[in-house]
Design a binder for this molecule. Structure first.
Ligand code: GLU
Ligand code: MG
Length: 481
């Protein structure tokens, strides 16, 4: 085969001088020509492996590799995948599976959700594409987390002609010698101790099409936070999966280990994932804000927020899906303990975020809701899908704006909370799974097959840590996430 394509702006390199792959598969940047380029590169560079991966129920990235030269074929056909893989828990124990040893699926990589990591000589050493799991007939598989998110986004589009702008905010802790010192919270000294790691993270993000926003030394011991610029819902979830991997790589390059475990020490603060969401109309114009409303939320955004707070107890098992997530979701940890909407309140599970400009258009674009009850034991696809379905249900039902809370809700009696229409969120994974199982909407939004698989997966995970002390559980999860 000769060189593919020709023309169309491509300046083909010498055969003995393969093109630089830097950024080749940066999210949303690959073109047909680039695929052809890869095909051609593959002829001289066939030892390169591309991993086709999914981010599964366990929040783990799993997949299979293939030679780079096969990319055009694999973009069509995918790699073979086994249904029961969905029941591999975070502890590698396989939970009860309705599929047993039967069945076959295709995991089809999407070049729009890819990353490449190079070694110091510039050679690509890790090349991954996230993708969708399809049936052999090409249909989205009922338990494919990424397809589940696509379905949720489509539902919002269908019922309200709305799209989303989303950003995931991540906290993590490092072990192996960075800022453990007391007095380092939010400090320059703390940031300085993590500066080299931060630079590596920003570099890896930029090279892979993720736009860094902030990096800082967070409050907890060895805890840092990284945020990125928003993107459309699917791209934002792809990037959340990618970011977690890039942070791990950046820490490892320095001999450290980054952990996104929901909480490392039962007596400490947790590592949250905060999901920022705003809504856009069919023309892409922001519609979350209404300067004349009391909360600043537009009517449709208020219904969306009400959907999230109303169904939060039912979806919590998808947002905070580990046994130790519930050690984090307790009052006074700046996480989320009640299904409330708060204005600039870091104890609220849904927070109306501050805006920083006097320019009305900029305010409209900035205005967003932050869902704080999430952690990185979950697949970002499932987290966002659950939030979108709940918010969309709020729009479908025409729910009115939730009451905005200002008080310390943990100081109120249950009756006072009930009078405000607020409840304490489930306090264990077991209780959250029961709420998930009992809520009729879960089957409607996600299908009965996924619901049952999810329940049995999570119950299988719980069985592994049953009887362990909180400290022992935290150690088990910290080893995974
Ligand atoms: N660490 C807190 C959490 O678990 C969040 C602290 C903050 O950034 O407000 O969500
Ligand atoms: Mg934070």
């Amino acid at each position: 085969m000769g060189r593919p394509g020709g023309g169309e702006g491509w300046n083909w390199p010498q055969v003995n001088n393969p093109p630089d792959l830097t950024g080749l598969c940066a999210p949303r940047m690959i073109s047909r020509n680039r695929v052809q380029a890869l095909e051609w590169v593959g002829m001289t560079n066939s030892e390169q492996i591309i991993m086709a991966c999914c981010a599964d129920i366990a929040g783990q990235v799993r997949g299979k590799g293939f030679p780079e030269s096969d990319l055009p074929l694999r973009l069509q056909r995918g790699v073979g995948w086994t249904p029961t893989n969905v029941q591999i828990t975070c502890f590698d124990v396989i939970a009860d599976s309705p599929f047993g040893a039967l069945g076959d699926l295709a995991l089809v990589p999407d070049p729009a959700a890819a990353w490449v990591i190079h070694d110091p000589t510039g050679d690509p050493v890790e090349h991954v594409m996230l993708g969708d799991i399809r049936t052999l007939e090409g249909e989205p598989w009922s338990c494919c987390t990424r397809s589940i998110l696509k379905t949720a986004l489509q539902r919002l589009q269908d019922v309200a002609q709305l799209s989303t702008t989303v950003a995931f905010e991540h906290e993590f802790q490092v072990s192996g010698g960075l800022a453990g010192d007391s007095g380092s919270a939010y400090s320059l000294a703390g940031a300085r101790s993590g500066a080299e790691m931060g630079r590596r993270i920003f570099r890896l993000m930029t090279r892979n099409g993720l736009r860094p926003d902030t990096f800082m030394k967070e409050f907890g011991a060895d805890q840092f936070e990284v945020t990125m610029k928003p993107a459309d819902g699917l791209a934002a979830a792809d990037r959340a999966v990618i970011l977690r991997e890039l942070v791990r790589v950046a820490a490892r390059e320095q001999g450290q280990r980054a952990s996104f475990t929901p909480i490392r020490d039962p007596a400490g603060v947790g590592n949250g994932v905060h999901v920022h969401i705003s809504l856009n109309d069919a023309d892409g114009q922001p519609v979350t804000h209404d300067p004349d409303s009391e909360t600043g939320l537009s009517a449709v955004a208020a219904s969306f927020a009400a959907g999230i707070t109303t169904f939060l107890p039912d979806i919590l098992a998808m947002l905070a899906p580990s046994a130790i997530s519930y050690l984090r979701l307790t009052p006074h940890r700046w996480s989320a303990a009640f299904n409330n909407l708060g204005l600039r309140d870091r104890e609220a599970s849904v927070r109306i975020c501050p805006v920083t400009s006097l320019d009305p258009l900029a305010i409209a674009r900035q205005f967003n809701l932050e869902v704080r009850a999430c952690d990185a034991a979950a697949s970002p696809y499932l987290q966002l899908a659950a939030i979108i379905h709940a918010g969309t249900e709020g729009i479908v039902r025409g729910l009115g704006a939730p009451r905005v809370t200002e008080a310390d809700l943990s100081a109120l009696a249950a009756e006072e909370l009930a009078a405000m229409g607020i409840e304490r969120l489930p306090t264990t994974l077991d209780a959250a799974l029961q709420a998930f199982a009992d809520a009729g909407v879960i089957g409607e939004w996600f299908g009965a097959e996924f619901r049952d698989v999810y329940l049995s997966h999570k119950r299988g995970e719980l069985a592994v840590v049953q009887g362990l002390s909180p400290e022992e559980m935290c150690a088990r999860y910290a080893a995974v996430y």
